[in-house]
Design a protein around this ligand. Structure first.
Ligand code: WQD
Length: 344
């Protein structure tokens, strides 16, 4: 084994796919999750894919004493990947204190314990949200961090600053901050995927649920933007590709290859795709129509953002491999599996 990695939020969408890739790479994994936005059945799905059942601790990262006991029991921990956070843009506007407390206290707890237990590598799950509306696309890691448009985005910006400020001499661990663009899709086995609670906030789960007939039609939030077809543009990245980047980041730190105490990488495809293009591509790939209507813009939406990914390509040695078509096909296969299992 290459060492033991603690993955907070490991039963979540990106977390679960990352656990699979960590196990595939030879790491032993301990999942910490409070199941506030995921289900313990995900652990079974991971085991069905890899044949290895990760350790699962049903814990909240705001529970310092519970976390400390876990470090004492499971140690030594070589690395930590911290996904656990509340992440709905709209909800963060309604419940700012929940977002600041949950997202920042959980981070501070993990950072204290990583220092105390001599962890070597820390991967932090950040987001392209920190860029706001970029002046230039594709946006690279040196672009200015713009004032956040919502408490969720602000917690990511503050978290990045805390990690930078805390990386003082003597800190036992190096950090890599990964700024995701828009993660989509599901594991090709359809054993794990995105399972949003309630009405999906994100585009692709809403598309697949509409295609399945669970939702009557998709609302496209605006077609009057300054883009070729008027709808917003994003950089949609396959979730398995994204998960593999986390293994590359951990390997880099645990093999002592970090160039500096804190490194930042964009994780995207480098290509921008509009909402209407994504809908058309989904219909082409699946043969299923997606009824939609154009409605007003959604507050806080960025007009267009896609990532410059040369740094991740050249330094991490990572590049997104999956096409948009293949990725959309995995999302639909996952939605069909949920229907087959009577889950949706
Ligand atoms: C994408 C596009 C919408 C739903 C957020 C977070 C980001 C990350 C991903 C956590 C936008 C449009 C959407 C719908 C629509 N979160 N849309 N109808 O807002 O780019 O990013 O989620 O890691 O950090 O900021 O993603 O999927 O919500 O929206 O027209 O029913 O789809 O307007 O243009 P977003 P999204």
């Amino acid at each position: 084994m290459k060492g033991k990695i603690l993955v907070t939020g490991g039963t979540g969408f990106i977390g679960s796919h990352t656990v699979v890739e960590l196990q595939n790479a030879g790491y032993e994994v301990v999942i910490v999750d409070n199941l506030s936005n995921s289900n313990a059945d995900v652990v079974d799905g991971i085991e069905r894919i890899t044949g290895i059942r990760p350790t699962f601790a049903h814990l909240d990262c705001n529970d310092m004493s519970g976390l400390k006991s876990l470090f004492e029991k499971e140690g030594p921990i070589s690395g930590v990947i911290h996904f656990a956070a509340s992440k709905a843009v709209g909800e963060s506007v309604q419940k700012p204190m929940l977002y600041y407390r949950n997202n920042l206290v959980s981070l501070l707890n993990m950072m204290d314990l990583m220092a105390e237990f001599q962890v070597k590598g820390f991967v932090f799950s950040s987001s392209c949200t920190v860029y706001g509306e970029p002046d230039v696309n594709p946006v690279d890691e040196n672009a200015p961090v713009k004032p956040a448009l919502c408490p969720y985005g602000n917690t990511k910006q503050i978290a990045e600053e805390i990690i930078q400020d805390a990386s003082v001499p003597g800190m036992p661990y190096n950090s890599i901050i990964l700024r995701y663009f828009n993660p989509i899709g599901a594991h090709p086995s359809a054993e794990i995927g995105e399972l949003p609670n309630g009405v999906p906030q994100n585009l692709l789960p809403f598309v697949t649920q509409t295609a399945m007939g669970i939702r009557s039609e998709l609302s496209v939030f605006g077609d009057d933007y300054n883009t070729p077809d008027g709808s917003c543009i994003r950089d949609y990245i396959n979730v398995v590709d994204l998960a593999k980047a986390h293994v590359k980041a951990l390997d880099r730190m645990l093999e002592g290859k970090s160039a500096e105490p804190v490194e930042i990488f964009n994780l995207g495809t480098g290509n921008g795709v509009s909402v209407l293009e994504l809908i058309r591509t989904f219909e082409k790939v699946t043969g299923v129509k997606v009824p939609y209507k154009i409605v007003g813009r959604r507050d806080g939406d960025i007009e267009k953002v896609w990532g410059a990914v040369d740094k991740a390509n050249q330094i991490l040695g990572w590049k997104a491999q999956e096409t948009l078509e293949d990725t959309l096909a995995t999302a639909w296969k996952w939605q069909l599996k949920l229907r087959e299992q009577g889950l949706m």
